[in-house]
Write a protein of this length. Structure first.
Length: 172
């Protein structure tokens, strides 16, 4: 028996930005992947500060980190957001920039960052902006319990009952 597929809903422009904002801000944390000079991928968890109206994802970082150095060498990055409690997954490809603009640091500073920095005036603080280019998303239309029940029913009966999800491409 074939596997049921979720309905496709590809999004572009402002609709894609709204979906990125909705899903990424709900997940809050992602694997942030950069490339080293030798071409190796490096991933680390990062906490999202905001997705702005232009589709830029903002993160606090440290100017002396490998991540910041790798972005200065290669601005292409990939972000993997997972909100397992809601069965929402988002993959974003984008171009990153590193800044030490005081206004951006002030805007995105939160007390959680004190774990890594000596206050918001720490000279090591940087802000990374990732301009989303495109990506892919998957989300359930119903709550986790309903989606899980549908998947379990399909597994037990062998039916093609889909899990109530929707997925599609994101083109900013």
């Amino acid at each position: 028996m074939g596997q049921a597929q979720s309905p496709k809903q590809n999004l572009a422009g402002n609709d894609a930005i709204k979906k990125i904002k909705e899903l990424a801000e709900a997940a809050r944390t992602c694997f942030f992947t950069t490339k080293s000079e030798s071409g190796e991928s490096h991933s680390r968890p990062m906490s999202l500060q905001e997705v702005d109206e232009n589709g830029v994802l903002w993160f606090l970082s440290a100017i002396d980190s490998n991540k910041d150095r790798e972005i200065k060498n290669e601005d292409y990055v990939e972000l993997y957001f997972m909100n397992n409690s809601s069965y929402e997954y988002t993959f974003i490809k984008g171009e990153a920039t590193v800044s030490q603009d005081r206004a951006l640091i002030e805007k995105y500073w939160d007390s959680f960052a004190n774990a890594w920095f000596d206050g918001k005036d720490d000279p090591r603080i940087s802000v990374i902006g990732v301009k989303a280019i495109d990506g892919y998303y998957y989300e359930t239309k119903e709550n986790k319990a309903v989606a899980m029940a549908k998947m379990l029913f399909a597994a037990v009966t062998g039916s093609k009952n889909e899990d109530g999800g929707v997925e599609g491409e994101l083109k900013v």
